[in-house]
Ligand binder design. Structure first.
Ligand code: SF4
Length: 245
């Protein structure tokens, strides 16, 4: 979202709309997003169960003009690439793949071997946060599949709000859903999902930083195991003071 005036106008509108939007269904939120932003809104997804539910709902409303992008770190699982192909076929869309500036080889030359094992924040910043910032600079709003009960930093996410970190509107249609609600939606509508979910991987990111979890472990325990890190830095809430969430 380019001008200060536009940003100010949207922050004001969001503040007024937020209380009502908290009562809206995910489909209502998505319809509002497409009516408000047209081709300037896109879903950001790594194709977890939540993202798949949101993509399915959005595709039913928007058809093949739906925009979906993903941060391809070049360290994704083959199962994730396979799911992406299934999504493109099922919904008739072309997923926009966003790549980091440095290839894996260039990263190794500049930062040494296996940066993710020594400094995952720097690795995530280069391979996820910086490419995301670049992509979001083209958009007026982005849609995510985050849920409030996933991590502490997501607990205050509104269904709609101003994303002060990236300077655009952020839309979280299923912020108040639980994991069982998401899975019910997927099964009820026959939505495809990552094959790794059936092999003990509830949350899937890069191959280097994702492991399967044991019975009773938190669903994100397999992400950056051994580090005090639960987020890539994409969804850290940094809302402007003028918004209510
Ligand atoms: S999840 Fe791991 S490999 Fe992927 S960008 Fe972050 S630190 Fe690097």
């Amino acid at each position: 979202m380019k001008t200060d005036f536009l940003q100010h106008t949207w922050k004001h509108r969001l503040t007024q709309l937020q209380p009502a939007a908290e009562q809206w269904t995910p489909q209502h939120i998505l319809k509002w997003a497409f009516d408000s932003f047209g081709a300037s809104v896109a879903i950001s997804s790594a194709f977890g169960p939540e993202g798949m539910a949101v993509i399915d709902m959005a595709a039913r409303l928007r058809g093949p003009s739906l925009r979906v992008f993903t941060l391809d770190t070049e360290f994704l699982f083959p199962e994730t690439h396979s799911l992406m192909e299934r999504i493109e076929q099922r919904y008739g869309i072309a997923i926009e793949r966003v790549y980091p500036k440095l290839s894996p080889d260039e990263q190794e030359q500049q930062y040494g071997e296996a940066l993710w094992s020594r400094d995952p924040d720097t690795c995530c910043n280069m391979r996820k946060v910086a490419p995301l910032r670049q992509k979001l600079s083209e958009l007026s709003a982005w849609i995510t599949g985050i849920r409030r009960d996933q991590t502490a930093s997501r607990a205050t996410a509104g269904k709609i709000g101003w994303d002060a970190k990236f300077g655009l509107v952020k839309i979280n249609p299923i912020a108040d859903w639980s994991s069982p609600q998401v899975w019910s939606y997927l099964h009820e509508h026959g939505v495809p999902y990552n094959a790794l979910h059936e092999q003990g991987y509830p949350s899937i990111g890069c191959t280097h930083c994702t492991r399967s979890v044991g019975h009773g472990e938190d669903e994100r325990a397999g992400r950056w195991a051994g580090f005090a890190k639960s987020e890539c830095g994409l969804h850290v809430i940094q809302q402007a003071p003028s918004t209510s969430c």
